[in-house]
Design a binder for this molecule. Structure first.
Ligand code: BDR
Ligand code: CA
Length: 313
């Protein structure tokens, strides 16, 4: 399917599904990735930053910087519930090449600089982890934050059950105060919650198809999905949460988006849960799963229907 042009900063905590999302964006001719900013989430900041650099090395995109951000949530200790899914290295033990260059520090100031230097409302911020960096940007650099074209964030559970507690999803549960700040910032915000990401599921066959492709990024994406099955006791499929953010950015016609009014719960066992409230947010609630999976694999594998990223480079 035709992708719309996206100029983006990817804020991320790789993370197996983050890694697949990043590889997709790096291969897609529609994306101009300005940088990967990292945040603690699935694993600590040192590991998410190292993984970001290694993914760029795999994709031979050493022109793109990695900039390290927050090492902990705004006001509470880090959640430690994700390493059993993503492995102690954050990428399920899947080998990746060494990063070509050391990461920079100061993700939030770097984001503000990018936004200040780009024409107004041309840069998307694609948030794949806890919203700590994004909330800090809003607080520290409000006049740059409003220059964002779209903020698309994976997080929350609207009508479905959570994956951390009955109602809360990992990214939002990891830093609920950051979610509150971002909801209150009146940015052009779209949320991609579990309601929709659980509908985009990779099977073992899907992973094998990628893992046996010619391109290194596709093969690695297949390995990463296979690693995502480890420890799941024979599940038939795994949800591709973070890649849905990339798909909503580039191929919005795949999704059904609804305007909701939401707040975030800050206390108790369901902190981070989305509740009915006052902030108007676009929420992806439906998706064409078949087309979404085909789009991801076509770009990663490099089908004849997709222009090749390497052409002219
Ligand atoms: C989200 O939490 C993380 O474990 C994933 O990378 C994704 O961003 C899903 O709840
Ligand atoms: Ca993530």
């Amino acid at each position: 399917m035709q992708e719309a042009s996206v100029q983006a900063i990817i804020d991320t905590d790789p993370g197996l599904d983050d890694a697949i999302a990043i590889l997709y964006a790096l291969r897609s001719p529609a994306f101009e990735v300005l940088g990967l900013t990292t945040v603690a989430g699935n694993i600590g900041l040192a590991a998410t930053t190292r993984n970001a650099g290694r993914l760029l090395a795999l994709a031979r995109r050493t022109d793109i910087p990695v900039v390290a951000g927050a090492s902990r949530p705004l006001k509470r200790p880090a959640l430690d519930v994700a390493s059993h899914i993503h492995g102690v290295d954050g990428v399920g033990g899947v080998p990746l090449p060494q990063a070509a260059a050391p990461a920079l520090d100061g993700a939030v100031d770097w984001m503000a600089e990018q936004l200040a230097n780009a024409p107004d409302k041309t840069v998307d911020l694609l948030a794949l982890g806890p919203l700590t960096n994004v909330a800090t940007l809003v607080e520290r650099h409000p006049s740059q934050a409003v220059r964002i074209r779209r903020l698309i964030a994976m997080g929350g559970a609207v009508e479905t059950h959570g994956n951390v507690s009955a109602r809360s999803e990992f990214n939002f549960a990891a830093d609920p105060e950051a979610v509150e700040t971002v909801l209150g910032a009146d940015l052009p915000l779209a949320i991609v919650p579990l309601d929709v990401t659980r509908q985009v599921r990779a099977t073992h066959d899907y992973a094998t198809q990628l893992a046996t492709a010619a391109r290194p990024e596709a093969r690695k994406a297949g390995e990463l999905i296979k690693a995502y099955f480890k420890g799941t006791d024979g599940r038939e499929s795994r949800p591709l949460h973070d890649p849905c953010v990339m798909l909503l950015a580039a191929v919005p016609q795949l999704f059904k988006v609804e305007r909701r009014h939401l707040d975030v719960c800050l206390t108790g066992g369901d902190s981070g849960a989305l509740v009915s409230g006052t902030h108007a947010v676009d929420v992806a609630m439906g998706v064409d799963e078949g087309l979404a999976l085909a789009q991801l694999s076509n770009v990663l594998v490099g089908s004849r229907n997709q222009p090749d990223r390497d052409q002219g480079r």
